[in-house]
Design a binder for this molecule. Structure first.
Ligand SMILES: O=C(O)c1ccccc1N[C@@H]1O[C@H](COP(=O)(O)O)[C@@H](O)[C@H]1O
Length: 225
């Protein structure tokens, strides 16, 4: 199994460079003003140009309207849109038709009931991202460094690829991958020294730990098989 590793909330050329050098498969950029990782379009344009095909660029938005999405897409030229709000199946279909980009829909999870709508999302999204459901009065719906009970995803079977996020860090990514068998992992807070401040060493450690987790799972699975 090859595990997709996404480093999200990058906002400086130096930490973006670290993520790319360390082999991140996806690099995420946040467009949500209340977030400490929010990017202005001019900066997004520069960071986007810096990627130069070395990883997939992901634009993270929260219930963004068409005009906002259009500006982001023009500046960043993303490969994937991460919709991290309350976007409905109808809205996802509309976004895909209008902008012609694949969509990863984030699903907030706290209990098994939060998985009830999956069959509908699977018909329209290209990929799912399971994140911890944010507390009621949170200022943002993600990027809070909080995990959820990964056992809720044990034995999950969906027809499109899925990734895992929420409170991941170098120290827990092995357990997370082993329990959920997610095809990818996504981290933001777990590679930061303070909200919005990425740490080069933590980025490298996370990517190394994720690669080791994937190798170890592959070995275990091949012994069982
Ligand atoms: O990073 C943010 O500030 C953010 C804002 C709004 C929605 C999502 C956000 N981040 C995403 O949340 C998950 C979990 O992040 P963390 O590792 O627990 O901090 C991840 O997908 C981020 O991309």
């Amino acid at each position: 199994m090859s595990l997709i590793v996404k480093i999200c909330g990058l906002s400086t050329p130096s930490t973006l460079d670290v993520a790319l050098q360390a082999g991140a498969d996806m690099v995420g950029f946040v467009f949500f003003p209340p977030s400490p990782r929010h990017l202005e379009l001019a900066r997004a344009q520069d960071l986007g140009a810096q990627v130069r095909g070395r990883a997939a660029k992901v634009a993270l938005t929260v219930d963004a309207d068409d005009e906002t999405l259009s500006g982001i897409i023009e500046a960043l030229r993303p490969d994937l849109l991460q919709l991290h709000g309350k976007e409905t199946v109808t809205r996802i279909r509309e976004v895909k038709r209008r902008f012609g980009l694949p969509v990863m829909k984030a699903i907030g999870v706290e209990t098994a009931a939060d998985l009830a709508d999956l069959p509908r999302y699977v018909t329209v999204a290209d990929r799912l991202l399971f994140d911890a459901r944010p507390p009621k009065h949170a200022t943002r719906p993600g990027g809070l460094g909080v995990p959820f009970d990964w056992r809720l995803l044990e034995n999950l079977s969906v027809d499109i690829p899925f990734m895992l996020s929420g409170g991941l860090a170098a120290g827990n990514v092995d357990d997370a991958v082993r329990i959920t068998r997610a095809g990818g992992v996504d981290v933001s807070s777990g590679v930061e020294s303070a909200p919005g401040v990425k740490d080069a060493g933590m980025i490298r450690d996370f990517i190394d730990a994720a690669r080791r987790a994937a190798t170890s799972l592959r070995e275990t699975t091949s012994h069982v098989g």
